[in-house]
Design a protein around this ligand. Structure first.
Ligand SMILES: Cc1cc2nc3c(=O)[nH]c(=O)nc-3n(C[C@H](O)[C@H](O)[C@H](O)COP(=O)(O)OP(=O)(O)OC[C@H]3O[C@@H](n4cnc5c(N)ncnc54)[C@H](O)[C@@H]3O)c2cc1C
Length: 382
């Protein structure tokens, strides 16, 4: 829709074709129904792509401020929730209405509930075969998104079109979906479902300070979602469960010196949820030591426990999958596209924008900002 607005404003005849009944299905469910429509700090560093430079051009030419101005012009009230994340005060529907009314004003037309059967090349551009007939165009813009949430109409059509026209695809995986535990971790931590802990989580070199949420089968919550974007199968993740306490071992040793006779789990319950403290001490102290007063617990055991609290490492079984993923990482290889216009280098007139491209944003409004910016960039030239 962003591309349609800007192309139509330039006087181009625009038809927006979608197999869904409803416009902007993902916008409607985003941000818990309030749409985290941008992030004031969005920049190239907030995106994962095989080419980290690719997104720079579009992001710098269409900034969060430009989208915010449009939101303001439409009288949509919004607020910053945290970390530059902007949400509608009322409803995500307002963002869909904004885009639709801008499309209408610019003269872009819509054809909904229209599945695509086949794409072909013509002398003057491309043809799209649909049950409603053949559509001919000079420029074809593919904005079919990723594979996440198939029940909302996500399909692999964009990747199929890319392959048909000889474009490489960077392997696609679900992302921003959190982690699943292996069987042994599920047995140990599954009982903590519903518990949330402020932590620092690290996957590869990416590190996030936010909450993790234990589920019956893994980790969710913003920190786990963020980390899942950077994680590859078989890799370890590391979690500092006490980022506010620089040295938990020292903290316990001071209590020990002061003659504190509480059990370790009770002391840890001062700085961690008690259900978690019970579970973690049961794993890392012997049954005997877990029941003893602090002065009788060996320094070695305390040190090992604290090391695990600050550097809890494990290899997740996987991520949750496309049914829950907010995005698809990977997609049309950016080497194949012009970073200025999103046009295929090999196929003049064929464009790829938004999530179908191998540019994936962090959690927090970055993915919509990429959709707006890449759509805007193509809209200037199609
Ligand atoms: C639950 C959830 C919450 C999210 N929350 C946020 C958030 O708050 N902030 C944020 O920045 N990002 C969020 N995202 C990510 C964001 O929604 C996407 O990155 C963004 O919508 C991508 O835009 P797009 O236009 O590329 O693709 P999409 O919005 O996915 O649009 C693709 C369109 O193509 C159509 N289509 C697909 N296949 C076909 C086909 N075969 N024929 C015809 N039409 C087809 C679909 O019906 C759809 O309308 C969220 C995602 C999910 C799943």
């Amino acid at each position: 829709m962003m591309c349609a607005i800007h192309a139509a404003r330039r006087g181009r005849k625009v038809l927006l074709l979608d197999h869904s009944k409803k416009l902007g299905g993902k916008i409607l469910i985003s941000g818990g129904g309030r749409c985290n429509f941008t992030n004031t700090g969005a920049g190239p560093a907030n995106y994962v792509s095989r080419n980290p430079h690719f997104a720079k051009s579009a992001l710098s030419r269409y900034s969060p401020d430009q989208f915010i101005e449009m939101v303001r012009n439409h009288g949509i009230a919004f607020h910053e929730k945290k970390l530059g994340q902007l949400f509608c005060d009322q409803s995500a529907q307002q963002i869909v209405d904004l885009l639709k009314s801008e499309c209408d004003e610019a003269g872009a037309e819509f054809l909904l509930e229209c599945p695509v059967k086949k794409i072909g090349r013509t002398d003057s551009g491309y043809k799209v075969e649909t049950p409603q007939g053949e559509i001919h165009c000079q420029s074809l813009v593919v904005a079919t998104g990723g594979l996440s949430i198939p029940k909302l109409g996500a399909t692999g059509l964009g990747y199929q079109i890319a392959r048909q026209f000889g474009l490489k695809i960077v392997e696609t995986v679900p992302a921003l979906d959190g982690f699943t535990f292996s069987e042994s971790e599920t047995r140990t931590f599954g009982k903590l479902a519903g518990l949330s802990i402020d932590c620092q989580i690290t996957a590869k070199t990416a590190s996030f300070r936010e909450n993790i949420l234990f589920t019956h089968a893994g980790l969710s919550g913003p920190a786990a979602l963020q980390a899942s974007l950077h994680w590859d199968r078989g890799e370890e993740i590391e979690i500092n469960l006490l980022p506010e306490t620089p040295d938990t071992f020292e903290w316990l040793m001071e209590k020990k010196k002061a003659g504190n006779r509480a059990k370790v789990t009770n002391l840890l319950s001062e700085i961690l949820p008690s259900r978690f403290a019970d579970c973690f001490t049961a794993i890392h102290l012997s049954t005997n030591e877990a029941e003893l007063p602090l002065p009788q617990v060996s320094e070695k055991a305390l040190k090992a426990l604290c090391e695990n609290l600050h550097h809890w490492k494990f290899i997740p079984k996987g991520t949750v999958g496309y049914s829950k993923a907010e995005v698809t990482r990977g997609g049309v290889d950016t080497d194949e596209l012009s970073s200025k216009t999103m046009e295929s280098k090999k196929n003049p007139g064929l464009y790829f924008i938004g999530e179908v491209v191998d540019v994936t944003g962090w959690l927090g409004g970055y993915n919509f900002q990429w959709a707006w910016a890449s759509g805007w960039a193509a809209g200037q030239v199609v």
